[in-house]
Design a protein around this ligand. Structure first.
Ligand code: HEM
Length: 178
């Protein structure tokens, strides 16, 4: 009996977790922009704690199961594997660097803000243009990784997928920033 299908199942569970976390992040960021009173900000920030749990667990699950699948059958010499590994590491670096300090600033401002209508200082950190521009990026990158994993493209095909992900991220980022 081979453990391969079970490991693949764990990999897919990790991918589902990743998309749940990414969707929650999208929802929270957009609801924060629409919030009218401080209580709403507190409520949406509380939901953010779920992401802090789901995201690292999913990332570790994807990585460990992905490496087991890779070394048991494929080896590292495939564009779709190497690039997906790179993408996962990139997401692991970008999210804490870009989102982390900005979400922390919102937490701090929300704590200091009075009840009632959102203060100007809280509105300012919520409307951070970089935070808004980055929102669609993790979803697009993860979607790109799914295309690579399923189609198992060579370097040229994988490069084209990466370029499309980059172009789509830039288009979304600039339109949302405005
Ligand atoms: C965001 C990151 C990732 C996503 C969304 C993702 C998604 C997927 C999906 C949907 C499959 C099923 C493909 C199929 O059965 O046709 C899969 C399979 C697989 N993934 Fe990933 N993956 C990611 C990261 C990784 C990483 C980092 C590695 C390696 C270190 C990896 C290695 C593999 C391998 C070896 C398979 C098995 C392919 C097969 O047997 O057909 N994945 N992945």
């Amino acid at each position: 009996m081979t453990l391969y299908p079970y490991t693949l199942l764990l990999h897919i569970v990790g991918v589902i977790g990743l998309f749940i976390a990414i969707s929650l992040e999208l929802i929270i960021t957009s609801r924060l922009q629409a919030a009218k009173v401080t209580t709403q900000v507190h409520e949406w920030l509380t939901l953010g704690r779920v992401i802090d749990l789901i995201l690292p667990v999913s990332a570790v699950l994807i990585l460990v199961s992905g490496l087991v699948l890779t070394f048991s059958v494929w080896g590292l010499n495939h564009a779709w594997i190497d690039l997906s590994l790179g993408l996962l590491i990139l997401l692991g670096i970008l999210s804490p660097v870009i989102n982390g300090p900005r979400m922390k600033a919102i937490h701090v401002a929300a704590k200091a803000a009075p009840e009632g209508e959102i203060s100007a200082s809280l509105r300012k950190v919520i409307a951070d243009p970089v935070l808004r521009a980055y929102v669609p990026v993790p979803g697009l990158v993860a979607l790109g990784a799914i295309v690579l994993m399923v189609l198992k493209l060579d370097w040229l095909g994988s490069g084209i997928v990466m370029a499309l992900v980059l172009i789509a991220s830039l288009i979304f980022a600039f339109s949302l920033k405005r």
